[in-house]
Design a protein around this ligand. Structure first.
Ligand code: KG4
Ligand code: ZN
Length: 373
C-alpha cells in the first residue's frame, strides 16, 4: 500500500511516498532555513507563507520520484499536530483537498509519532528490529520528551500495529535544539546552531574548559529536562569575560558576508571558545543520555529509540552507543536525513493508523498542541 505523507508542522515542507509503512519510494524536503536564518529562529508567519509556495511542487516531486501518478496514491497521511497552527493548516488543507479529489482516505498523524516511526524505518532498512517495549527520546528544536512505547497488543512485536505511548519526562523550558540554536547565536555562530556546534566541539583540542557545567538537578519528576539554565550560564560566562567580544564580532561580520560554513568559522574561534562549546555539548549530551538511560533501566525496556533533529548529533550517538553496549539494551537512531523533519516518517506512521481504522473526515483541523497518547 503506497501512502503519500505530507509534513508542514514547522519550517520544512515535506512530502514522501512510503510502501507498506516500510519502503521509502521517495522523500522530498524543502527547508526554509534560508528564510528564517536572519531572524535566528522560525518566524511563524513566514513559515506559513513558504509552505504555501512549496507544497504543490514538493508533492509533485515526491510523486514523480516514486515513479507514480497521483491517482496511484492509496491513502494520504498528514501531520495534524503538534506544531505551528498556520503551518499545519497548509498541509492539512492541501491533504484534505487532495484526498477529496482522488477519493482516497486521509489519515491524521501526530508529528511525534512520526519521529518514532523514523526509527522503525531506519531499523527496517538496516535489517534490524527495534524490540518493544522501548524508551523513546524525541529531541529537536521544538521538543525534548521521553516516552515509554509499548505494542498496542502486548503479544505483537509489530511497529506497524498501533503503539501505546506514555509520556514519562519532558523539558520544563527550552528544547535541547533550541539551546543549541540560542548558544550558537550568542557566540556569533549562525543558525541553526546544532550542526556547527557539533563539529566545533569535536575539534576542540583538549584546552581546559573555561567554565564547568554540572548536571542539572530536577525536583519532582527526575526524568524531566531543563536547558534554559545551561544556556543562561553560557550567556553569563561570555558576558563576564571581555576576551570573547572581539572574536564574536569577527564571526558576526563573517556571517553577514554569508560565510557561515564550518571551515570559514573554525579559524575565527579561539581554543577557549572551542573548549566552551565542548563543555556546553558535554552538558547537553550527558543530561539527555543519563535521563534516558535511567528511564530505560527503571522500565526494564528492550530498546532505546532516539529521534528528532538533535539525534543527528555525533557525540549523542556515540555516547548512547557506548552506554547501551554496557547496559545490554539496544539503541536505535534514524539516519541523519530521517532524524530531522521529513514526510517519510509521517507516511510510515499513517500506515499503522490506517490499518487500525483511523481516518479523518473533512472537519479535520490543525491541533498545535496535539498530545501523543
Ligand atoms: O527535528 P528538526 O529538524 O526540527 C524541529 O525542531 O522539529 O530539528 C532541528 C533542531 C535545531 O534546533 C538544530 O539546531 C538541531 O535540531 N540539530 C542539531 C544537530 N543537527 C540539528 N543539534 C545538535 N547536533 C546536531 N548535529
Ligand atoms: Zn520534528
Amino acid at each position: 500500500m503506497r501512502i503519500l505523507g505530507i509534513e508542514s508542522s514547522c519550517d520544512e515542507t515535506a512530502a514522501a511516498v512510503v510502501a507498506d509503512g516500510r519502503e521509502i519510494l521517495s522523500s522530498i524536503v524543502a527547508s526554509q532555513i534560508d528564510v528564517h536564518r536572519k531572524y535566528g529562529g522560525v518566524v511563524p508567519e513566514l513559515a506559513s507563507r513558504e509552505h504555501l509556495r512549496q507544497i504543490v511542487p514538493v508533492v509533485r516531486e515526491a510523486i514523480a520520484q516514486a515513479g507514480m501518478k497521483l491517482q496511484e496514491v492509496e491513502a494520504i497521511g498528514v501531520t495534524q499536530g503538534p506544531g505551528l497552527v498556520g503551518a499545519l493548516l497548509v498541509g492539512i488543507t492541501y491533504g484534505k483537498t487532495l484526498a477529496q479529489a482522488l477519493g482516497r482516505p486521509l489519515v491524521p498523524v501526530n508529528h511525534l509519532e512520526g519521529h518514532v516511526h523514523a526509527v522503525f524505518l531506519e531499523a527496517h532498512k538496516a535489517g534490524r528490529a527495534a524490540k518493544l517495549p522501548a524508551v523513546c527520546l524525541i529531541v529537536s528544536g521544538g521538543h525534548t520528551v521521553l516516552y515509554e512505547v509499548r505494542a498496542g497488543d502486548s503479544n505483537v512485536q509489530d511497529p506497524n500495529g498501533l503503539l501505546r505511548y506514555r509520556k514519562i519526562g519532558q523539558t520544563r523550558d527550552d528544547a535541547a535544539g533550541e539551546a543549541y540554536d540560542k548558544v550558537a547565536k550568542l557566540l556569533g555562530l549562525g543558525y541553526p546552531g546544532g550542526p556547527i556546534l557539533d563539529r566545533l566541539a569535536a575539534v576542540s583540542n583538549g584546552a581546559m574548559a573555561p567554565v564547568k557545567f554540572g548536571p542539572t538537578k530536577m525536583r519532582g519528576n527526575v526524568l524531566d529536562f531543563s536547558f534554559s539554565g545551561l544556556k543562561t550560564a553560557v550567556l553569563y560566562h561570555v558576558r563576564e569575560h571581555n576576551e570573547y567580544v572581539e572574536e564574536i564580532g569577527r564571526r558576526e561580520e563573517a556571517l553577514a558576508r554569508g560565510e557561515r560554513k564550518f571551515e570559514q568559522l573554525l579559524p575565527l574561534c579561539s581554543p577557549k571558545t572551542l573548549a566552551l562549546v565542548r563543555e556546553f555539548q558535554n552538558a547537553v549530551v550527558r543530561d539527555l543520555v543519563e535521563r534516558t538511560m535511567n528511564a530505560a533501566e527503571e522500565l526494564a525496556v528492550e530498546s532505546i529509540l532516539v529521534s528528532g533533529g538533535v539525534a543527528a548529533n555525533s557525540q549523542l550517538r556515540a555516547t548512547f552507543e557506548q552506554r547501551a553496549k554496557s547496559s545490554g539494551v539496544e539503541v536505535f537512531f534514524p539516519s541523519r536525513a530521517l532524524s530531522t523533519d521529513n514526510a517519510a516518517m509521517i507516511a510510515a506512521a499513517a500506515y499503522s493508523r490506517f490499518r487500525a481504522g483511523v481516518i479523518a473526515d473533512t472537519t479535520l483541523n490543525a491541533d498545535p498542541s496535539l498530545a501523543l497518547a
